[in-house]
Design a protein around this ligand. Structure first.
Ligand code: FMN
Length: 303
């Protein structure tokens, strides 16, 4: 256990805000972590990767069922293809991609072999828990990677390409991608981002709405300096999103707010431009279709 208050595994970087000295190595890693998008042109030592994978597969899962699989992608051509597909060029520089899949196939085959009844792929409670199991495994690998001096970043954009990923990775029925993790040796220390803290996110004994002013101050502090210029194109997109979602009055109010402030607010950028609220809802039908094609049946009422 190191007594040094400064991180050693990502190298020094003046950009990151200081955190109080933390003598516990595990806590230090958790408090200083940041997503890594700059990877060194060096491979991950095989024994390091093996430890990361082993740590992840030891994570907790509901009923110890382990209803997930992980595809380790090291082929440069495949990584480049994934980077291009997701429109995130830095991905290609990460020497290892881990694709996390919810996987009921292995358990279904086992149950069949042994004469057990099986319907986990058709039961929403199983989906809910299996999804959590998959993500807990991913995060355990992520933390293990950090502890061994690697950098990582999740790529959620794979959700846009469920159809393309099936043939690309020969995914059989009952197996669906959840998220991808890029891993590699960091070329520089990832910046430490501002977060809402426990004073906002943790409630004591029962749920408690924070007063609006307290909430606003917390968000203002988190997104401080992230003003978006109100270009004509952005204003039209914001207006269109609001109109599609909630009608003319909502569109008028959004633009009025921009007029009052002189810029597009972080909340308007996030849900009006980036994660467009109207499009996210329209995406539901397509995602459900992809799950249905993969043999999942929890969203239909029939038993
Ligand atoms: C489920 C999930 C999906 C994500 N998808 C992406 C992605 O597609 N591209 C990316 O650059 N970062 C992605 N991230 C990383 C987030 O942008 C990042 O965690 C967030 O901005 C907070 O920054 P930090 O991880 O450095 O604290 C994702 C993170 C999660 C948990």
């Amino acid at each position: 256990m190191s007594e040094s208050p400064l991180p050693t595994h990502h190298g020094a970087d003046e950009r990151a805000p200081q955190v109080p000295a933390e003598s516990n190595e595990t806590l230090r890693l958790l408090l200083e972590r940041g997503s890594c998008r700059h990877f060194a042109a060096r491979p991950i030592p095989p024994e390091t990767l093996a430890r990361v994978l082993e740590a992840g597969t030891h994570a907790a899962t509901g009923g110890n069922l382990q209803p997930y699989s992980v595809i380790r992608v090291e082929a440069a051509e495949t990584r480049a293809r994934l980077a291009e597909m997701c429109g995130q060029s830095f991905m290609a520089q990460a020497p290892v991609h881990l694709l996390f899949l919810i996987d009921w196939r292995r358990l279904c085959r086992w149950a069949e072999m042994e004469g057990a009844p099986f319907a986990a792929h058709r039961a929403f409670p199983h989906f809910w828990i299996g999804f959590q199991d998959t993500v807990i495994c991913a995060q355990t690998m992520c933390t293990a990677a950090d502890a061994l001096g690697l950098g990582s970043v999740y790529i959620g954009t794979v959700l846009d390409f469920l159809e393309e990923l099936r043939p690309m990775f020969a995914l059989p029925p009952l197996v669906v991608p959840v998220v991808l993790l890029c891993l590699g040796l960091p070329a520089s220390r990832p910046p430490r981002k501002k977060k809402l803290g426990p004073e906002i996110l943790v409630h004591s004994e029962r749920y408690q709405d924070r007063p609006s002013e307290e909430l606003r101050a917390a968000f203002d502090s988190k997104y401080e300096g992230q003003r978006v210029e109100a270009t004509e194109e952005r204003l039209r997109m914001l207006e269109e999103t609001c109109r599609n979602l909630a009608g003319e009055e909502a569109a008028r109010r959004a633009l009025e707010k921009v007029g009052e402030r002189g810029h597009i607010h972080a909340a308007q950028r996030l849900f009006g431009l980036h994660y467009r609220a109207d499009r996210m809802i329209r995406w539901n039908a397509e995602l459900l279709k992809r799950f249905e094609e993969a043999g999942f049946g929890w969203f239909s009422a029939a038993p």
